[in-house]
Design a protein around this ligand. Structure first.
Ligand code: SAH
Length: 351
């Protein structure tokens, strides 16, 4: 315990540990170190962001996907998955509703659906930015070419979320079919950053084959890559995937990692994810209390929500957008935090 406390001190002071130290922090964790980490993470998040929680309206634009990630419910070979895609006018309608509700960031996420070419997306982005010039638009549409990322950026996209999923190549290959490449995904992340996007990476906690060794690499990767945002959440099995009978990840470890990430990079945008809320009714509150500062309520039309089933029992698939936002605002205020209407850019600070 005293060893871990000195590691936590070092992390808070230098924002960096060695791989072996990250691994020790994970393998030797217990309630003592967890509460020390939580306390410091919250102190650091309050120094940078106060008690505000940023919010992003998540619009799930398509459940079609050409990829076959072994963990994901909308993978190409899941013949039971229900497929839909929103039209550009559906998406604009979601943005209008979101604007009225106070959202100033829209996240367009979907499977890798070839229907969403640059020719479809660029005019849509231009329209969103023309109608809502003070809003940020985030894309989360998987791997694309440098040219495409550049065109989407030029058309107005501000941010891109592309979880790296795991910083260990061999582990990546356990989670994905042959033909999907860890090198390419990492290359995409570097490209996005070079183009000028605010980039989000991230990983699942408790994915099959993951040990503290892989997680230590994820932490080191975040430390060196310095993303604007890092999305993490527990792996949750989906019954119609090859990992359907694997155990899910843990809320406790996810929160512990959130606290570590906050100390690695004090201004990091860290969402308390829907997956956390799915495994534990108070999961998102626990995430915020561990150092997270973002929530992403669902803005998709209710008619499609049950079709964007990345994992079993996903929450927030029945309520209207206004209810989702209201519910999260109430949850945040119940723990002394405040949902704000703001683009929610990362605060510039000296590390
Ligand atoms: N097609 C986009 C968006 C993927 S969905 C892309 O490739 O980036 C967003 C994230 O959901 C994924 O990056 C993955 O980390 C997470 N996810 C997928 N299946 C999951 C599962 N079964 N449990 C928990 N998270 C999952």
């Amino acid at each position: 315990m005293s060893d871990l406390l000195s590691l936590i001190d070092k992390l808070e002071r230098t924002h960096s540990l060695t791989l072996a130290e990250y691994e020790a922090l994970l393998t030797q964790r217990g309630e003592g170190p967890a509460s020390a980490l939580r306390e410091r993470a919250v102190r650091v998040r309050k120094a940078v962001y106060g008690s505000t929680v940023f919010t992003r309206g998540l619009i799930e634009i398509s459940s079609w996907c050409k990829n076959d990630c072994l963990y994901c419910g909308i993978r190409h070979s899941n013949q039971k998955a229900q497929r839909y895609r929103l039209s550009p006018s559906d998406i604009l309608a979601c943005c209008r509703e979101g604007w009225e509700l106070g959202f100033r960031t829209f996240v367009l996420q979907g499977g890798e659906d070839p229907w969403f070419t640059d020719e479809v997306l660029c005019p849509l982005l231009e329209q969103i930015k023309a109608e809502f010039p003070h809003c940020a638009v985030t894309l989360s549409l998987g791997e694309r070419s440098r040219e495409s990322y550049q065109r989407l950026f030029d058309a107005g996209a501000d941010r891109y979320l592309l979880r790296h999923e795991t910083a260990d190549k061999a582990h990546y290959e356990q989670l994905h079919p042959a033909g999907m490449s860890w090198d390419h995904r990492m290359e995409c992340l570097r490209t996005l950053k070079e183009i000028g996007y605010q980039v989000g990476c991230g990983f699942m906690v408790g994915s099959p084959g993951q040990t503290e060794k892989e997680l230590a690499k994820d932490l080191k990767f975040v430390e060196t890559f310095r993303p604007a945002m890092c999305g993490i959440g527990p792996f949750i099995p989906h019954k119609d995937t090859p990992f359907g009978s694997q155990p899910g990840g843990s809320v406790e470890l996810s929160c512990y990692l959130l606290s570590i990430l906050r100390l690695i990079q004090p201004n990091l945008l860290l969402p308390a994810t829907t997956a956390l809320g799915t495994l534990d009714p108070l999961g998102r509150e626990k995430g915020i209390q561990a150092g997270a500062n973002v929530v992403m309520p669902n803005l998709s039309p209710v008619s499609v929500r049950k079709k964007y089933m990345l994992y079993d029992n996903k929450i927030c698939t029945g309520e209207e957008s206004a209810q989702c936002r209201g519910c999260l605002a109430a949850r945040m205020s119940s723990i002394g935090y405040e949902l704000v209407s703001d683009r929610g850019d990362p605060r510039e600070i000296e590390n």
